[in-house]
Design a protein around this ligand. Structure first.
Ligand SMILES: Cc1ncc(COP(=O)(O)O)c(C=O)c1O
Length: 383
């Protein structure tokens, strides 16, 4: 394809598409600030280049799960607001204070640790209080909220923290009409009111992920926090394609055929011989496997574009490679095999792979391993 063709495999990351997706998402929530979620190496797309591109397209906040991810963004020169939410006891609170992170607090242990770090640093820590409004994962339960809020307010009065946000996360925003959505919103409003009654004045209140941003305007509050949609994947494939939402997939995963050979009928292919050639044919070797994040569950089902035609994984996906039955065609060794991309060259999409493997497209892109180089294209705005 391009100058990158000699690589065994590559994940091309189109930053122009990412910037356009951010603009499109911002148009869905014009009155809300935008937090670009770049955790897990930007869902496999490369954290720092994606964060930069999102900021160029108007994101004023960047969000990660772990403090290490947030600190890595700062080390790479990402300014502005950076928030992280998955803390464990003994975490790098002091580094977080020094780096001006917005640090999520879900319980009293975390408040105590961040207050101690602020005291030691001699500066105010920015914290955001997370409410469990019904996800049942991280976040403070409603019964424990009054104490957390009161103690945070006390620390604020002492100049040790500033509560910059109150926030929560949905359980079922990707299932339109699910009763938990409305129930979570009611509780979120109640928990905000309870905090405000105790004197907390958050800069931002937020709960909307990608499905909320795209399909539930009543969830936008002061800030939206999309991840998957920024990478051009529909968070609600049963409702609309990326194109329906004005999005374009950002990652194209391809590999160079490592071997093309003739095989007779009745030839077993790959471990376990789960595929046996139905007649004389040609086989192509695609040099990526589950060691690169290709799901083994897509054995026999994963779609691949080779030589202008859609093929399927023949037999098992192995650690480093899998085979496709080329049906007698003889593309040259080194020809491109496209596993997924935007879909407009006839290639499959990450959503097609998700269906083939019985998972979600989030997992397909995020699990692509570090052995596959990310090739970022259209790095500069205007390209
Ligand atoms: C707390 C939080 N906010 C926002 C997101 C972004 O979600 P999505 O990728 O569905 O937009 C995630 C991702 O799971 C998350 O954990």
């Amino acid at each position: 394809m391009t100058e990158t063709a000699p690589l065994r495999a590559r994940a091309e990351i189109d930053l122009a598409a990412l910037r356009a997706n951010v603009r499109s998402l911002r148009a869905h929530a014009p009155d809300a600030a935008f937090m670009a979620v770049v955790k897990a190496d930007a869902y496999g797309h490369g954290m720092v280049p994606c964060a930069r591109a999102a900021v160029e397209a108007g994101a004023t906040w960047v969000g990660t799960a772990t403090p290490e991810e947030a600190l890595a963004l700062r080390a790479a020169g990402i300014g502005g607001r950076v928030m992280c939410w998955l803390w464990t006891p003994g975490g790098p609170w002091r580094e977080g204070v020094d780096a001006d992170l917005d640090m999520s607090v879900s319980g009293m242990w975390a408040l105590r640790e961040v207050v101690a770090a602020a005291r030691e640093a001699g500066r105010t820590a920015r914290i955001q209080l997370k409410a469990d409004t019904g996800l049942g994962r991280n976040g403070c339960m409603p019964a424990d909220w009054p104490e957390l809020v009161s103690q945070a307010r006390q620390a604020e009065a002492e100049g040790l923290v500033r509560v910059t946000g109150i926030w929560s996360h949905f359980a079922c925003a990707d299932e339109p009409g699910h009763p938990s959505i409305a129930a979570q919103l009611v509780l979120f409003r109640e928990m905000i009111a309870a905090a405000e009654e105790r004197g907390i004045r958050p800069e931002v209140r937020h709960i909307a992920n990608s499905p909320g941003t795209l399909t539930l305007p009543e969830t936008h509050f002061d800030l939206v926090r999309p991840g998957i949609a920024m990478y051009g994947i529909s968070p609600v494939p049963q409702v609309g394609t990326p194109e329906d939402f004005g999005l374009r997939p950002v990652m194209t995963l391809s590999a160079s055929l490592a071997l093309v050979k003739h095989a007779p009928g009745g030839h077993g292919v790959s471990y376990g011989h789960q595929y046996v050639t139905p007649g004389e044919t040609t086989l192509g070797l695609v040099p990526v496997g589950y060691g690169d994040g290709i799901p083994r569950h897509a054995s026999g089902t994963g779609p691949v574009l080779v030589g202008g035609k859609l093929r399927k994984v023949a037999g098992r996906v192995a650690m480093d490679q899998f085979v496709v039955d080329l049906g007698g065609d003889e593309p040259a060794v080194g020809s491109e095999a496209v596993l997924f991309g935007p879909g407009d060259r006839g290639e499959p999409t990450a959503e097609d792979w998700a269906q083939a493997a019985g998972t979600i497209a989030y997992e397909i892109v995020t699990r692509i391993g570090s052995r596959v180089p990310r090739v970022h294209v259209n790095e500069r705005p205007g390209e």
